[in-house]
Write a protein that binds this ligand. Structure first.
Ligand code: GLU
Length: 414
């Protein structure tokens, strides 16, 4: 069985289309990216040599508003992966009801193997190549795997220099100093923990009484661990791309954050046992947060999961088979398009603030984010209960139906 992100995304769409009873024409329209741009990104390396990178921007759907989604820097990026991630953005924006379509970008580059100056040149050239299809009303990028606030500042500067005036709303997830929003950098993790709390509450449990494992310790995973720890959960296992650490009584997450800031990895954290990434997925905990890359929970690893709840911080961490195994085993999965939507919700807040040139307080952001996550979770959970669906099926049904509705009301041109 094809376990690629695109195969997974297309299988999820097919299941939603079946639940909603749409015909094949509507299915095709929802499955087909609206616009794709593939560009060469020639980079002059610091040593004077030239490396030609490949860049992509896919606007999967723009029926509900401008394209929205991250920009990923990874040596593994290819067009199909970007297509899948763009499709997930479409459903995600619809589930939390922000007025965007879905898009994603990627450049085939290993950010760890390039200097800051090389990353800046790559970002500026890529931005320049995709200029014709981006803009605050067209398509708005944000950070994703391998990119950061700094990357967004370079995108904004390149775009602004090209049009001749400053356009903060062309990207989100940018630094506060150039019109970023309070709370954007931790928003995805906050949202993950908000919906985890809601899912636990549905079963009469609370974060303060559970143990948790977090796979992936980048922006999403590390802050999820911080918020889980702050809410009283015992975070007993975490991992990053270099390895994992465990402590049965709970890791001291604030100290672990200091260790990561100093060494670049969770590995070697004093007082913890060394474990592998696979051990984290199979950890004996109540709550598992996969927060790294796609496809880590496949048929085999899903069979090893001991957690009762899986809350997907990453995009597409569970394959179709993995999902089936988790469902059969009665494990409650809060799906990516709901669980990690906090990032794009605060991206939306950042874009609104930039468009109004009026900035909100940190408390306003946190309160409005929590409200949106809670509302979206309640809608998904009540549809799941009413129709006997999994949370993933219900979230997809809501997202896909909203996008199809927008198409229907707008009509087909000409
Ligand atoms: N890259 C993030 C995601 O996958 C954020 C996207 C955004 O804020 O536009 O949801």
């Amino acid at each position: 069985m094809d376990t690629s992100p695109l195969a997974t995304a297309l299988a999820q769409l097919a299941s939603a289309v079946e639940i909603l009873g749409f015909d094949s024409g509507v299915h095709d329209m929802l499955a087909t990216p609206r616009r794709e741009l593939r560009v060469a990104v020639p980079l002059r390396r610091d040593d004077g040599s030239i490396e030609v990178l490949h860049g992509y921007r896919v606007q999967h759907n723009i029926a509900r508003g401008p394209g929205k989604g991250g920009l990923r820097y990874s040596p593994d990026v290819d067009l199909d992966e970007v297509r899948a991630l763009a499709m997930w953005m479409t459903w995600k924006c619809a589930v939390v009801d922000v007025p965007y379509g879905g898009a994603k970008g990627g450049v085939t580059i290993d950010p760890h193997a390039h200097s800051v100056a090389e990353l800046e040149r790559t970002t500026r050239r890529f931005t320049s190549e995709i200029m014709p299809i981006i803009g605050p009303e067209r398509d708005i990028m944000a950070p994703d795997l391998g990119t950061s606030e700094q990357t967004m500042a370079w995108v904004m500067d390149t775009y602004s220099t090209s049009v001749g005036y400053t356009v903060p709303a062309v990207v989100t997830g940018k630094p506060l100093a150039v019109g970023g929003s309070w709370g954007r950098s931790t928003a995805t993790s906050r949202g993950v923990v908000d919906v985890a709390a809601a899912a636990l509450a549905d079963a009469g449990a609370s974060l303060s009484e559970v143990s948790a494992a977090v796979q992936g310790f980048g922006n999403v995973g590390s802050h999820a661990a911080v918020f889980l720890h702050a809410a009283g959960a015992r975070v007993t296992a975490v991992s990053d791309q270099y390895g994992g650490v465990a402590a049965p009584d709970g890791l001291d997450i604030p100290r672990l954050m200091e260790h990561v800031a100093a060494t670049g990895s969770v590995v070697g954290f004093e007082g913890a046992t060394a474990i592998t990434n696979a051990d984290v997925l199979a950890a004996d905990v109540d709550l598992l947060v996969p927060a790294a890359i796609e496809g880590v929970l496949d048929a085999q690893s899903a069979a090893q999961v001991k957690a009762r709840w899986v809350v997907e911080g990453a995009n597409g961490p569970t394959t179709t088979e993995g999902d089936r195994v988790l469902a059969e085993r009665g494990i409650q999965v809060v799906p990516d398009i709901l669980a990690n939507a906090g990032g794009v919700v605060v991206s939306y807040f950042e874009w609104v603030q930039a468009n109004q040139t009026y900035w909100w307080t940190e408390d306003e952001i946190a309160e409005r984010l929590a409200y949106r996550m809670r509302t979206a979770y309640d809608a998904v959970a009540s549809l799941a209960r009413a129709e006997g669906l999994t949370l993933r099926e219900a979230a997809l049904a809501i997202g896909v139906r909203r996008v199809a509705e927008a198409h229907k009301i707008r009509g087909l041109y000409p």
